[in-house]
Every structure is written in structure tokens, then in C-alpha cells.
Ligand binder design. Structure first.
Ligand code: ADP
Ligand code: ADP
Ligand code: ZN
Length: 213
């Protein structure tokens, strides 16, 4: 099963992808997580990516594509994967389609998690993340068992710098301009499924699972 998670920043892609990895036992590949790991480790890629991420802009395709295509050739991706945060531009989608076609493969499901912009800004201001394992929480909707600490690994949770209201607004503009066109792209390919992302995490998950049948 090869799955793409589409939707605005903060729509709940990562939250759902994480739930799906457990149920379907396929890896979640999050380009945002990969970039943040590179920033933490101060790699060349991390240094380049940081300036874009901090401004709420997309990291250029040439820094993103090889990284993802290389990751997809990993042994653990043999039975499928969930792409969370990639593709985000039409050129990225086209490169992915071409790379898959070369192997006689295709994306099976593109799940669009629909959430209006107003809800997004509210969600993002309460998002807290674990800098160590990447788990995501919300101060109201998805609280950790112990306040401020990751359930999975006990690390102190942080607020992402790019989750400030100003940067979120910028990311939403970038989303509508560069990423939203992917919805039509995958609709034309016949694999687009829209789900209502404003419902509770469990309800959204149920709807996604019902898409897979
Ligand atoms: P969110 O989950 O809030 O949508 P991500 O963690 O997916 O955010 O991404 C954080 C930032 O990393 C993005 O704002 C963007 O700068 C960069 N990024 C992630 N994935 C991509 C991608 N496929 N192409 C370009 N930039 C990306
Ligand atoms: P994305 O990966 O699309 O950027 P996340 O999965 O990180 O989005 O979710 C953004 C924020 O919203 C997080 O704080 C998360 O805990 C919270 N969240 C996710 N799904 C829901 C939901 N269905 N209802 C309320 N809050 C949610
Ligand atoms: Zn953790």
C-alpha cells in the first residue's frame, strides 16, 4: 500500500500517519521530520533547509527530491509506505510518479485531510512536539499523560519555531499556492480520497481506514 497524506499544515497528516503505521505496519516518511533531524545534526542539508523552514517557505525541490526517492528505495519500504508532507509541489509529484512508473508502481491512495484555515491557526498554536521521537501533541485536543512530557520517551515537549502565528499564516499561503494543486493532480489520477479533518482524531482515523476497505 502506497499512501500520500495531503492537507494544509496542521490538518493532522502526521497524527493520522502515525496511527496508520501502527495498524498497517508500513513506515511513515515525513520530509519535515527528516529536515528537522538534519537541522538538529547540523548537516549541510539541515543548514540549507533551515533558512526556508524558518520563513515558512518550502525547501527547494532539488534539495528534497533525491532525499525522498532514495528513502523510498529502502528495504523497509518494500510493502508500502505513508508519505507525510511529500509531495508538496507539482514538480515533486511528477518526479514521484515518474520514479514509480519506472518500477511499474503507483500511488494507491492520496488522502486529503480537509480542515479550514481558521481551524488550522488555532490547532497550530497548541501543537507541541517531542524533539526526540517526533510525537505530536496538542495542549487541548491531544494532551500527553504528564503535562509537557512525551508519552513515548519522556522528553520535554517543545513548540516548533515555525508554528508561530505569523509563520503559520505564511505557510498557509504557500500551501494554497503550491500544494493545493496536488489535490486535482491526484483526483485526475483517480486515487484521491477526501476526509473531514475537523472531526476527532479517532473519527478521522476511522474514515481513513474505511477508504482502504
Ligand atoms: P506540517 O506538518 O506542519 O505541515 P512539516 O513538518 O511537514 O510541517 O514541514 C515543515 C517544513 O519543512 C515545511 O514548512 C517546509 O518548509 C519543509 N518541508 C517539508 N516537506 C517538504 C517538501 N516535501 N518540500 C519542500 N519543503 C518541505
Ligand atoms: P500536520 O502533520 O498535518 O501538520 P499534525 O498531525 O501535527 O498536523 O496536527 C497538528 C496539531 O493538531 C497537533 O497539535 C495535533 O495534536 C492536533 N490534531 C491533529 N488531529 C486533530 C484532530 N482531529 N482534532 C484536533 N486536533 C488535532
Ligand atoms: Zn518522544
Amino acid at each position: 500500500m502506497k499512501i500520500i497524506m495531503l492537507g494544509a499544515p496542521g490538518a493532522g497528516k502526521g497524527t493520522q500517519a502515525r496511527m496508520m503505521t501502527e495498524k498497517y505496519e508500513i513506515p511513515q516518511i515525513s520530509t519535515g521530520d527528516i529536515f528537522r533531524e538534519n537541522i538538529r545534526n547540523q548537516t549541510e542539508l539541515g543548514k540549507k533547509a533551515k533558512s526556508y523552514i524558518d520563513q515558512g517557505l518550502l525547501v527547494p525541490d532539488e534539495l528534497t527530491l533525491d532525499l525522498v526517492l532514495d528513502r523510498l528505495s529502502g528495504e523497509d519500504c518494500k510493502d508500502g509506505y505513508i508519505l507525510d508532507g511529500f509531495p508538496r509541489t507539482i514538480p515533486q509529484a511528477e518526479a514521484l510518479t515518474a520514479a514509480l512508473e519506472e518500477k511499474g508502481e503507483k500511488i494507491d491512495f492520496a488522502i486529503d485531510v480537509e480542515v479550514p484555515d481558521d481551524n488550522i491557526v488555532q490547532r497550530m498554536s497548541g501543537r507541541r512536539v517531542c524533539p526526540k521521537c517526533g510525537a505530536t501533541y496538542h495542549i487541548r485536543y491531544n494532551m500527553p499523560e504528564k503535562e509537557g512530557l512525551c508519552d513515548e520517551c519522556g522528553t520535554e515537549l517543545i513548540q516548533r519555531e515555525d508554528d508561530s502565528p505569523k509563520t503559520v499564516q505564511k505557510r498557509l499561503v504557500v500551501y494554497h499556492e503550491q500544494t493545493q494543486p496536488l489535490i486535482d493532480y491526484y483526483r485526475r489520477k483517480g486515487c484521491l480520497y477526501a476526509v473531514d479533518g475537523t472531526r476527532s482524531t479517532d473519527e478521522v482515523f476511522q474514515e481513513i481506514c474505511s477508504v482502504f476497505g
